[in-house]
Design a binder for this molecule. Structure first.
Ligand SMILES: Cc1ncc(COP(=O)(O)O)c(C=O)c1O
Length: 363
């Protein structure tokens, strides 16, 4: 059987370059890698060997991180909907840092602490209404986090040493200037929480979400000036996914079929929403318009209006309905850059049961 070319090609040196930029600009105690952005085992192992810690939001991600060598005792486990069973299983594997999304999660963690006798670090993920990213996680009806009012009502002053720290993740695709400005705003929330609970926090996770293009070329590299305002005398943390791994991946997809209609060339490519962009194709996120790069020997030719569809037997499986590309033929391979984050792991892989993409590494 002939396999079509649908390949994520990864270059680990790109991750090292992003790691160097982050660690030289951000004088924090700890930087987490957000496993959700790409849980490929070789990428996880590379990042754990660089010395970053992991941020996970499911037991599956936790297992992947531990298998790749991340230290469970430094992993932070977050995300909504944690059950007592999840918290219990994570503590069994050695996790002690939990980012809590609700007051009931706080109650669940107290329960697990009592039943296991283990001291767990309760980190309140706070909902503050000042989002700047392109994917808003801070709207008033958000499923994420605990509000300051809820902290006042349920935790109040003098609750022993119950709260270990806070976590504020404002959203993703945040511009550098906004990211830098958000540090001071988070520090204000640290003071506010300390005045509510009546004691000093030991931990602050400033979030991250620095921008990087998705399925488009471009490199918005962080400037070298040190990020200012990070609190000292406290475990100061940041978490990044796409900034670290987006640039390491290129997707190659083969043209399977071509039609000409109304002056349009209509391409059917091997990588549909089964392989990439499945989450936004569902309509829940802004639909992304990938930028396709033709083979090098065709880049000077006349450009034709082009629509690009995946091979799935459903009309929602399109990647772009209006772009310009030279005359192409079945068997030609198109490339999409910046496919290292939220790409290989966000296709609708079980939908119509097709061949998965390969994931390969180059020097
Ligand atoms: C809580 C949290 N932390 C970190 C991330 C990683 O964000 P990014 O990949 O934009 O850096 C996300 C992404 O959704 C998130 O929800």
């Amino acid at each position: 059987m002939r396999h079509s070319t649908t390949k994520f090609i990864y270059q680990l040196s790109e991750i090292k370059a992003r790691y160097d930029e982050l660690t030289s600009s951000i004088p924090a105690r700890r930087i987490y890698y957000s496993v959700k952005s790409n849980p490929n085992p070789k990428i996880l192992t590379f990042i754990s060997q660089l010395g970053l810690e992991a941020e996970v939001s499911s037991l599956g991600e936790l297992n992947a991180a531990i298998n790749a060598g991340f230290d469970a005792a430094k992993i932070v486990y977050g995300g909504p909907g944690k059950t007592i069973g999840d918290i219990y299983s994570a503590t069994e594997k050695g996790v002690i840092y939990f980012s809590l999304e609700s007051i009931s999660e706080l109650e669940k963690i107290c329960f697990v602490e009592k039943s296991t006798g283990k001291k767990l670090n309760r980190i309140l993920r706070l909902l503050v209404l000042d989002n700047h990213g392109r994917l808003n996680m801070m709207m008033p009806d958000s499923k994420f986090g605990i509000t300051l009012d809820e902290v006042r009502e349920h935790i109040g002053n003098g609750d022993g040493d119950g709260v270990y720290g806070i976590h504020i993740y404002r959203g993703t695709q945040i511009k550098e200037a906004e990211f830098r400005a958000s540090i001071i705003k988070t520090n204000e929330v640290v003071s506010e929480i300390e005045s509510i609970i009546g004691y000093k926090l030991k931990y602050v996770n400033y979030g991250g979400g620095l921008e990087w293009p998705f399925m488009h070329s471009g490199k918005p590299i962080l400037t070298l000036d040190k990020v200012e305002g990070i609190l000292s005398g406290i475990e100061s943390c940041f978490e990044f996914g796409r900034y670290l791994v987006a640039s390491c991946g290129i997707l190659e997809t083969e043209i399977l079929d071509i039609k000409k209609r109304n002056n349009y060339q209509i391409l059917i490519v091997s990588a549909g929403i089964n392989i990439i962009n499945g989450i936004s194709a569902s309509g829940r996120l802004i639909r992304q318009q990938p930028e396709f790069h033709p083979p090098n020997n065709k880049s000077d030719e006349i450009m034709l209006p082009t629509a690009i569809y995946g091979p799935l037997c459903t009309p929602v499986d399109y990647l772009t309905l209006n772009t310009l590309l030279p005359q192409l033929y079945p068997g030609d391979v198109l490339r999409i850059y910046n496919c290292g984050a939220y790409a290989a792991n966000t296709g609708l892989s079980n939908f119509l049961i097709r061949e998965p993409a390969q994931e390969v590494f180059i020097e």
